[in-house]
Design a protein around this ligand. Sequence first.
Ligand code: UD1
Length: 362
Amino acid sequence: MHILHVVGARPNFMKAAPVIRALEKWPEARQTLVHTGQHYDRNLSDVFFSQLNLPEADVNLEVGSGSHAWQTAEVMTRFEPVALERKPDVVVVYGDVNSTVAAALVCSKLLIRVAHVEAGLRSFDRAMPEEINRIVTDRLADMLFTPSEDGDSNLQREGIPLEKIHFVGNVMIDSLVRLLPLAAQCPKNGLPERYALVTLHRPSNVDDGASLRGILEALLELNEQLEVVFPVHPRTRQRIGQFGINVEKLRLLDPLPYIEFLALQRRAAVVITDSGGIQEETTYLGVPCLTLRSNTERPVTVSLGTNVLIGQDLGRIPSEVSKILDGKGKKGTLPPLWDGHAAERIVKALYCHRDVSFTQTD
Ligand code: UD1
């Protein structure tokens, strides 16, 4: 079986790595890795390839940045000839980024089977570009691998036939489990004993001057109570400069490699974020997480894990942080099948269902 993986942006890499590793153990699996080039900075891309032991991409589409329509269209245009030439039996797409939906669209029109890893997640907020990518990708996919049972319910409600849906658990946690021992050995690099780790990159938080300013002011205030450590996404760095906001007092870092970021997360007193994946990682690590969004496509991190949705209510940050520092933060439990073996279940399903026809409709 020829399996072609499409990755493009930072959150794809830790999801693809375990699947590729698990497939390497199947002698009859031939694999091709396509990088769309959606993320191209060394510290958003290359460094993840090396730390996650991803093989070098067979093809890099070098798409780069642009508007959503441009970026999605560019991935489609550049990926179509690759799919035609390589003739994979199945194309595996990951998560919810523009590269994911673009590859799914190309393959479904070429009648190439699509497998979607991290299917079924819904924020029910169509103002979020990723929500559109999730809905479209799931609608087109032939095999849908869900990380949590809410994903199965969402897909069934949308009319996706049961036989296409496979609850396999969280593949991103596979990478975390594997590399956590290395993260535990990372030096502290002069970090304080207690700190708040912050990440911020959602367009809804950072593209609007007033909203970004409000969040950064709340963080500056928090910094008086608990030191803020903030690895800054390039998009956010650009906006801080553009809006002329003074954040000198915060400890700003460049985006960090996977293992170093994991090390920061496991030692953090609290994580404040608008990322999807970090809500999951903190739940696994048992580290309290305050999410600067009013909804989440990962509700198990709230119902079972350590996540609290703060939304726009920035005034809640000091009291939530005080609660956490007093040891009264959410403790949380592990969601089912977040056990480091999701990729093995994906590979088994890929093989067991290899003959499922792509023409099967829903
Ligand atoms: C993308 C994903 C988002 C994911 C995030 C993780 C979509 C719709 N969004 O958002 O789901 O959580 O990745 O980082 O696919 N840039 C660089 N260097 C790079 C890449 C981007 O400087 O290597 C800058 C560019 O100015 C670019 C901006 O970041 O315009 C945004 O990049 P883009 O890929 O469009 O989306 P992200 O915000 O990174």
